[in-house]
Design a protein around this ligand. Sequence first.
Ligand SMILES: [Cu+2]
Length: 123
Amino acid sequence: MKTAVGALAVFLVVMASAAGGATVRIKATPENTWDPKTKRVVRGTAIVWKNSTEQVHDLRIWKSPTGRQVVDDQLMPDEAVRKRLRTKGVYHYRCRIHSVMDEQDGRKVCVGMCGKIRVVKPS
Ligand SMILES: [Cu+2]
């Protein structure tokens, strides 16, 4: 019983760190890029895309390789979009105003204000 309680305590601590009080911030820059452009997060981490510029941006996030869209939102100056990605995998995101989808070697590639997030399992 003691062991079970101990195991439960460890499990709860692991779950708490996985759910994370941690927040990752990604900023739109005046140069029309995202900072950082790529990021690796533990699943469930809160991710905030913040527009501190004086321009309008937008944010579309989709999962690879299915292309399933998870966010499609506008980012007015000083606005932020907050999202927790709960499924591991690779997510791409872009501002459609400041990027284009190009085709390179038969693959669609985002050029311009684009970014990528890798969501991993807690270790
Ligand atoms: Cu933009």
